[in-house]
Write a protein that binds this ligand. Structure first.
Ligand code: URP
Ligand code: ZN
Ligand code: ZN
Length: 510
């Protein structure tokens, strides 16, 4: 079965060589070999800009106490004694007793997204500052075409949103909303470094919905072009019927935001995942289920993987720690996201799936709406802008509720938030691991220090937070993005526009 490392067979068979660096300029990549502390590969005294000294350097499998040496934008040494041999006055970050993890990668975010009659309120500036504070150094957004736009139009629009604003690195999944028009653009997108695509099984009103024929065709194209399809899996016909059935004044008055959960029973997600997995099985195209929220979904993925179907699945932080009782609370409508938060039994199964491997990534589906935007619902749950902030709290949630509660090891946190996202989305070895030659993307985390979540002191534009008042560990004491010190003492100190677009060559490697 799929332990974290065995699921690499789900997509690709044996691990590929790590030498190729998707999107990473080879010139920045010194030869990786064992270094004598304080010297470079040629034996000359090493010039370092920064040394992260004496921390517990966490990999996907192992943790070692070591110094991390950074020159320019790259990790050029990992080993003992770098700080002692610091000949040229490199800046020293004392990481003794801290975890030093690779910069996390949030593979599922929506920044400045026009959606539900408004535009999500975290843009590339506030969203990526929030990311940095949470130790996230790469975000992957979705470039979505509207109306008659082409995939190229969508990518150009999203590039323009990010350009000059992003404080951490970024790339995009390309949303295919009209297969008949967009299908022919797939090879061109792959050539531009965008090998991951997205289809939605719902959202007819937004003009985003794909049917089975579209999904089948897209998966065939994924196989042909060595790309990967991400799917939002919910069963639209049954969902719409249930919404119609309950969309009346009497029930809305009585149940309010609880109707969000009433109309999305678990089988709405499970049936759609089952169907998407079926098309994956028969086409052989790589499939990635986004924001999986149900126990049944995890069971389906586990079974499919054991049969060799090339499918993997992510869950999001909110599905691990929030449940649908939130809808009964005052301001419960704020918690509406799509799919909605489920039951404690689902949380339990998703944590177990992370541990055993069938759930291989934790992301956030960040799609922030503030109170004024959420108030658009006026008692009708179908009008609540769906989504919540999450970038700032991804690693803290997984650290506090996973690692500190012993549901995951610190190495598994790195697998789910750094290494697996990088491998699956074609960013490894440039991202996802602390290694000589990788981008110097690093977060330093205190093992015990907690901060109280308070939206007033956060970088997100949200004027509420789903975890308001929670005491969370795992916020980044320091974050480096390509060598740039962007969080110092838990505070954002980076600059607008530091973030780069990351072209990718492959997708679906585990
Ligand atoms: O609530 C959410 N997730 N909003 C963003 C759209 C989506 O389906 O991912
Ligand atoms: Zn979705
Ligand atoms: Zn989403």
């Amino acid at each position: 079965m799929c332990g974290d490392y065995s699921i690499r067979s789900v997509f690709d068979g044996p691990t590929r060589s790590l030498d190729a660096c998707p999107g990473g300029p080879e010139t920045r990549r010194p030869k990786a070999r064992d270094l004598i502390p304080g010297t470079d590969a040629e034996g000359d005294t090493m010039k370092l800009d920064t040394i992260i000294a004496g921390g517990k350097v966490v990999g996907p499998k192992k943790t070692v106490v070591a110094d991390v040496g950074i020159r320019g934008q790259t990790i050029v040494a990992v080993g003992k004694g770098l700080a002692k041999a610091n000949g040229n006055g490199a800046a020293i970050i004392d990481a003794k007793g801290r975890y030093v993890i690779p910069g996390a990668i949030d593979v599922h975010v929506h920044l400045e997204l026009p959606f539900c009659g408004t535009v999500s309120s975290d843009d590339y500036n506030s969203g990526t500052k929030a990311a940095a504070r949470g130790g996230v150094t790469t975000v992957i957004d979705f470039a979505i075409p509207y109306g008659k736009e082409t995939l190229q139009n969508a990518v150009d629009n999203w590039m323009a949103r990010a350009d000059g604003k992003a404080c951490v690195d970024y790339t995009f999944h390309v949303a295919i909303t009209d297969w008949a028009r967009h299908g022919k653009e797939v090879p061109k997108m792959v050539r531009q470094g965008l090998p991951t695509f997205k289809q939605f099984m719902i959202y007819a009103k937004e003009g985003w919905q794909s049917d089975d024929a579209d999904i089948y065709s897209a998966l065939e194209a994924m196989r042909e072009h060595n790309a990967m399809l991400l799917i939002h899996a919910e069963s639209s016909r049954v969902l719409d019927m249930l919404i119609d059935r309950h969309h009346n004044r009497k029930e809305m008055k009585k149940l309010g935001a609880r109707l969000h959960a009433v109309t999305r029973p678990n089988f709405v997600e499970a049936e759609a995942i089952e169907r998407a997995v079926h098309w994956c099985r028969v086409t052989g195209g790589k499939l990635y289920i986004v924001h999986m929220s149900t126990a049944q979904g995890a069971d389906i993925i586990r079974r499919a993987q054991s049969q060799g179907v090339p499918v993997v699945a992510e869950t999001c932080a909110q599905y691990l720690v929030l449940d649908d009782r939130e809808f009964s609370k005052k301001d419960g409508h704020l918690y509406a996201c799509c799919p909605q938060i489920k039951k404690p039994a689902d949380q339990k199964r998703l944590w177990a799936g992370l541990k055993s491997g069938e759930v291989c990534v934790v992301s956030t589906d960040t799609c922030t709406f503030n109170r004024k935007q959420k108030a658009m619902w006026k008692g009708d749950w179908t009008k609540i802008p769906m989504g919540m902030p999450g970038l700032e709290t991804l690693v803290p949630i997984v650290f506090t509720h996973g690692v500190l509660k012993k549901k995951l090891t610190i190495n598994q946190l790195v697998q789910k938030c750094c290494y697996n996202p990088a491998r699956i989305m074609g960013l490894h070895p440039r991202k996802g691991e602390i290694k000589v030659g990788a981008d110097a993307d690093v977060a330093v985390i205190h093992p015990t220090k907690r901060l109280k979540v308070d939206w007033r002191r956060m970088e997100t534009n949200a004027d509420w937070n789903p975890y308001q008042g929670w005491s969370l560990g795992g916020f980044a004491e320091h974050t480096f993005c390509r060598g740039n010190h962007i969080v110092d003492g838990y505070k954002f100190v980076g600059s607008n526009g530091w973030g780069c677009f990351l072209p990718r060559k492959t997708a679906g490697n585990l």
